[in-house]
Design a protein around this ligand. Structure first.
Ligand SMILES: Nc1ncnc2c1ncn2[C@@H]1O[C@H](COP(=O)(O)OP(=O)(O)O)[C@@H](O)[C@H]1O
Ligand SMILES: [Mg+2]
Length: 223
């Protein structure tokens, strides 16, 4: 089977005056369709930098990112944005929802930048919100929701364009443990339905919910 997403010798440097910070060094990894992978490591180990590069939000200093067989490292920002909108969904620790905007409008947002006809936006977003268990909150503003509900909205938004990969960066980091467990269960269900998920976390216990753990330390994969 061909990898869905590959990193080939990825490095990332930040030059601050005379000092060079190496955030990532020679990262190689392959993620296959339908996998549930955790990228786990301590704070400052390079997890978010790696996620941003794999998710086409940032470019590497060296190396290639291959998505669906395409070397996207050569892409310009406009092509990257299109590719990201179509193929990748993101879930963040602090939800990143528009606050005074309804659940439905938050989830419809990625559709507005896609090729989906306008006439389908509402139905697509509604179906996705039903799927994450929020059928009764479609018209609430996101600042009227609990943390767990906000994260469900964020997950619906990440899924609405039917991306090939969903990235989640510390998705339970701002939730109590019971609510966090419910979000983990939702990711498990999505993976069981075939969605490829890459979970980024510093928490070894959380990482265990994934079927494969990639351990990162000081910008390098150590196992
Ligand atoms: N924009 C930046 N400028 C300089 N250094 C950065 C920048 N972003 C990240 N770093 C450094 O790269 C390393 C990895 O950071 P990060 O990927 O955020 O780690 P993690 O998500 O594992 O906590 C850290 O040493 C961090 O300070
Ligand atoms: Mg981080």
């Amino acid at each position: 089977m061909e990898a869905l997403l590959s990193a080939r010798n990825i490095s990332k440097y930040y030059d601050l005056g005379d000092e060079r910070i190496t955030a990532l060094e020679n990262i190689n990894l392959d993620v296959y369709p339908g996998e549930f992978v955790a990228i786990v490591g301590k704070s400052g180990s390079g997890k978010s930098t790696l996620m941003h590069i794999l998710g086409l939000l940032d470019s590497p200093s060296a190396g290639q990112v291959i998505l669906n067989g395409i070397d996207v490292t050569k892409y310009k920002e406009k092509e990257l944005a299109q590719m990201r909108n179509k193929e990748i969904g993101f879930v963040f620790q602090f939800f990143n929802l528009l606050p005074r905007t309804t659940t439905l409008d938050n989830v419809m947002l990625p559709l507005k930048y896609s090729t989906t006809p306008r006439s389908e936006w509402k139905k697509r977003a509604t179906d996705m919100l039903i799927k994450v268990g929020l059928a009764n909150r479609l018209h609430n503003k996101s600042n009227e929701l609990s943390g767990g509900q906000k994260q469900r909205v964020a997950i619906a938004r990440a899924l609405v364009n039917e991306p090939s990969i969903v990235f989640a960066d510390e998705p339970t980091g701002n939730l109590d443990s019971k609510t966090g467990d419910e979000i983990v269960r939702l990711f498990n269900e999505l993976n069981a339905q075939g969605k490829t998920i890459i979970l980024v976390t510093h928490d070894d216990d959380l990482a265990k919910v994934a079927k494969r753990q990639i351990i990162i330390k000081d910008g390098q994969i150590i196992s």
